[in-house]
Design a protein around this ligand. Structure first.
Ligand code: 4NP
Length: 157
């Protein structure tokens, strides 16, 4: 059975993971399979709890016709039971997720976003928060490539 619930995780849940959620949901919608999936995002820190994605991330997203409506929330232990796949953006995220996961089954759900790269090559989706506009564009380029690969990987599993 292929995974049908996916949680994207970054540090603040205001830049990378809400963008990943938006990109993947749009792909599922394009494929007409969005009703078969549950897709959400969360952050390792709760500092931005309840906030919309960063205004710069939303501006770059809307230029590519993504509308990010997610409100930031912190990842919980319960997420490791609720979701089939939990996908982190960088080394720090993967370490943080492994610290929260309680059992081997829960740890086995953790993936790295860049493992799904198709055309691009990268080992992490870098935090764009303290950088400029090109950093946000690069994050979207990378997430679009990774999400196509993720869909392929799920479709063939
Ligand atoms: P994100 O970026 O992990 O891609 O949402 C960040 C946004 C805010 C903070 C860290 C990362 N922060 O520490 O406030």
């Amino acid at each position: 059975m292929h995974p049908s619930s996916i949680l994207f995780v970054c540090l603040g849940n205001i830049c990378r993971s809400p963008m990943a959620e938006g990109v993947f949901k749009k792909i599922l919608f394009r494929e007409g399979i969005h009703q078969q999936f549950q897709v959400d995002s969360a952050g390792l820190i709760g500092y931005h709890q309840g906030e919309l994605a960063d205004s710069r991330m939303r501006a770059h997203a809307s230029r590519r016709e993504y509308n990010l409506t997610h409100r930031s929330r912190q990842v919980t232990k319960a997420d490791f039971d609720k979701f089939d796949l939990i996908i982190g953006m960088d080394d720090q995220n993967i370490r943080g997720l492994n610290n929260i996961a309680q059992t081997p089954e829960q740890k086995a759900k953790i993936r790295r976003m860049t493992d799904f790269c198709v055309n691009m090559q990268a080992t992490e989706v870098p935090d764009p928060y303290y950088g400029g506009a090109e950093g946000f564009e690069y994050v979207i380029d990378l997430l679009e490539d990774d999400c196509e690969g993720l869909l392929k990987s799920i479709s063939t599993s």
